[in-house]
Design a protein around this ligand. Structure first.
Ligand SMILES: *Cc1c(COP(=O)(O)O)cnc(C)c1O
Length: 363
């Protein structure tokens, strides 16, 4: 069986040594030393001054929205994981869906309506598959209309734009450190802030709103990361370069083998890809479904990611028409991608696609 993802695990001994330390200290959570060490390492890695670790990537988005006091309506993309929009709705913020660019699959600044820009208080774009959004245009728009920009940068571990880690863009940017992502803490996430005041506020928000005098002066939540989780991150940290470079090579190999047969999201030239996913775009949904069934019969897992377009989901009805996102969602398929995957397996998966399409398209 070839799974769609396989979490990267450190050597058990390396992890257990850190757990032994934690047992000896018997300090398990609440801004402990392991968490602080990981926070510092990641802040340096992402080249951001203010980084906060939290318990998952969904709460990272929530904390960013709360810290920046975003209310009312927010412009976002329906071409994302459910958590992007559900976080807005959970805070009684209404998503306004705007369409994606057909090439990059990211929120298209040109497609955002003037009405939306006038009525929204923020933009929540997603750097889909680790591919940089049109950050310059988005930020110019945001400045013109006085909107906050929060990037759902869940996929961007190791990805850079213009030589700078993608997490360093926006008023805030969030990342997921879930087991299935490139780098993880089993469950976890992080928020990077541009401004110190927002960071200080978020630090209070993730701890029930308590201030330095232990007064719950803000309406807070509990989004703290434990020492046990942070220890996984530290154990993985020394493998970061080999994980991202191997995955980027696997992604390049997929594209090299499959070009001319399927299409791919177009990566902005100044964006350094991280091999977060291996998406292919088929001609139509019937072709996708038949290919996926064929893969399943060979015990190769694939995933329709993202599917469906969030603007077509019942609970977001009326939040915006997005024909391009709807079309892409109907025919994009992600192929297996994880550190242990070999180049031979990628060749095998690609040959399977090519042989299948040859027969399917002749019918
Ligand atoms: C994974 C993911 C999230 C949620 O992160 P969790 O850590 O699983 O809560 C949010 N947005 C996107 C785009 C994701 O891929």
């Amino acid at each position: 069986m070839i799974p769609i993802v396989k979490p990267f695990l450190p050597k058990f001994e390396a992890y257990s040594a850190r757990i032994e330390d934690i047992f000896e200290r018997n300090y398990l959570t609440n801004n402990g030393p392991v968490l602080q060490e990981l926070e510092q390492k990641l802040a340096d890695y992402f080249k951001v001054p203010y980084l906060l670790l939290v318990s998952n990537g969904t709460l990272a988005i929530q904390v960013a929205l709360m810290a920046l006091e975003v209310k009312g309506k927010v412009i976002t993309t329906p071409f994302s994981f459910a958590a992007t929009s559900s976080t807005l709705s959970a805070l009684s913020i209404d998503p306004i869906f705007s369409d994606i660019d057909r090439e990059t699959l990211n929120l298209d600044p040109k497609a955002i309506s003037t009405d939306a820009l006038k009525s929204a208080s923020a933009i929540l774009p997603v750097h889909v598959y680790g591919n940089a959004c049109d950050v310059k245009t988005l930020e110019a728009l945001a400045q013109e209309h006085q909107l906050k920009v929060i990037y759902d940068a869940a996929h961007t571990f190791g990805a850079e734009y213009d030589g700078k880690p993608l997490l360093a863009y926006g008023d805030a940017a969030t990342i997921s450190l879930h087991a299935t992502k490139i780098f993880h803490t089993v469950e976890g996430g992080a928020v990077a802030f541009k401004n110190k005041a927002d960071y200080e506020k978020a630090k209070q928000l993730i701890n029930f709103g308590f201030d330095a005098n232990n007064m719950p002066n803000l309406v807070g939540i509990n989004a703290k990361m434990s020492e046990i989780h942070a220890a996984m991150g530290l154990s993985l940290f020394e493998h970061v370069e080999s994980i991202t470079s191997h995955r980027a090579q696997l992604a390049a190999q997929y594209i090299n083998n499959l070009k001319g047969h399927v299409s791919f999201p177009f990566f902005t030239e100044t964006c350094k890809p991280n091999g977060a996913y291996a998406p292919i775009i088929l001609n139509n949904e019937a072709e996708l479904e038949t290919l996926q069934a064929h893969f399943a019969s060979l015990e190769i897992q694939t995933r329709r990611y993202f599917y469906p377009s969030l603007s077509l989901v019942e609970c977001y009805k009326g939040a915006g028409e997005t024909p391009i996102a709807n079309d892409i969602c109907s025919r994009v398929l992600c192929l297996p991608m994880y550190y242990e995957l070999s180049f031979e397996q990628v060749d095998y998966i690609c040959d399977t696609v090519i042989d299948f399409l040859k027969q399917y398209r002749e019918l």
